[in-house]
Design a protein around this ligand. Structure first.
Ligand code: PXP
Length: 259
């Protein structure tokens, strides 16, 4: 297959975490979003949690109204969040678990046990023109369930893999990597668009960009941390370069051209 240029979504939640630590309005997540877009982000991701621990309702409203880049709103599949998304109409919505019972042991959304709850949410958001992705572990039954719901995209949870890499648990890291690679191929074969995210840094983002099925990465915590030392724009440029390097390896391997 020909590997498209991989998109970079910047998650700005933790700019809001910092703001909320002090109360008040600084640092402003919207300013971070503008800066991220200028530095090469393809979209901006923000998670409106039920407890509003970082992003707040007015942040979502301002991001939709004032940002030129597409907004990917992460949200639980609740009535409240669905109503907010239908009102705000972000470009995309990524359905994520918030409560224990909504997630698998891998930490992704348990689509299998929640198909009936998720179906109307996926349909309502899709009917409103919002591109839906489901944040799931790379297990085939979960991926098949996402396809049955006609979700256009999944986001593979990379947290377990990234933790294993960081902690030097090589065997676990290899097992998790093989599962991600298999899950990406399987999802692609079912016609799902494949995204990935959680816990990625420069090295893991570069490596995961070598999977040709992956078209989007969503990255937050590492980059906001890097921003403390080298600035957000530079951190995003380095991330972009790492991802492009990974994708270049696919091109060289397959002799195809990066779109
Ligand atoms: N994708 C999803 C669905 C997430 O929930 C998160 C964390 O908010 C991320 C990506 C980004 O993860 P991190 O902040 O670890 O880069």
């Amino acid at each position: 297959m020909s590997a498209p240029k991989i998109r970079l979504g910047i998650n700005i939640d933790h700019v809001a975490t910092l703001r909320n630590a002090r109360g008040g309005v600084l640092p402003d997540p919207l300013r971070a979003a503008h800066l991220a877009a200028e530095a090469g982000a393809d979209n901006i991701t923000a998670h409106l949690r039920e407890d509003r621990r970082h992003i707040r309702d007015d942040d979502i409203a301002r991001l939709v109204a004032e940002l030129d880049s597409p907004l990917n709103m992460e949200m639980a599949a609740t009535e409240e969040m669905t109503a907010i998304a239908l009102e705000a109409k972000p470009h995309a919505a990524c359905l994520v678990p918030e409560r224990r019972e909504e997630r698998t042991t891998e930490g992704g959304l348990d689509v299998l046990s929640q198909e009936a709850t998720l179906a109307p949410v996926v349909a309502a958001l899709g009917d409103a023109g919002i591109r839906v992705s489901l944040f799931i572990g790379a297990e085939r039954p979960q991926i098949a369930a996402a396809a049955r719901l006609s979700a256009p995209a999944i986001e593979i949870h990379t947290g377990g893999w990234c933790d294993a890499v960081t902690e030097g648990r090589d065997k676990d890291a290899e097992r998790e990597w093989q599962a991600i690679a298999d899950g990406a191929r399987y999802a692609d074969s079912l016609g799902l668009e494949v995204h990935a995210g959680h816990g990625l840094d420069y090295d893991t983002a570069k490596k995961i960009s070598t999977l040709p099925e992956i078209v989007e990465l969503n990255i937050g915590h590492f980059l906001i941390g890097e921003a403390v030392f080298i600035g957000l724009a530079e951190a995003i440029r380095r991330m972009r370069a790492a991802m492009d390097k990974g994708r270049e390896a696919v091109r060289l391997r397959e002799g195809d051209s990066v779109a």
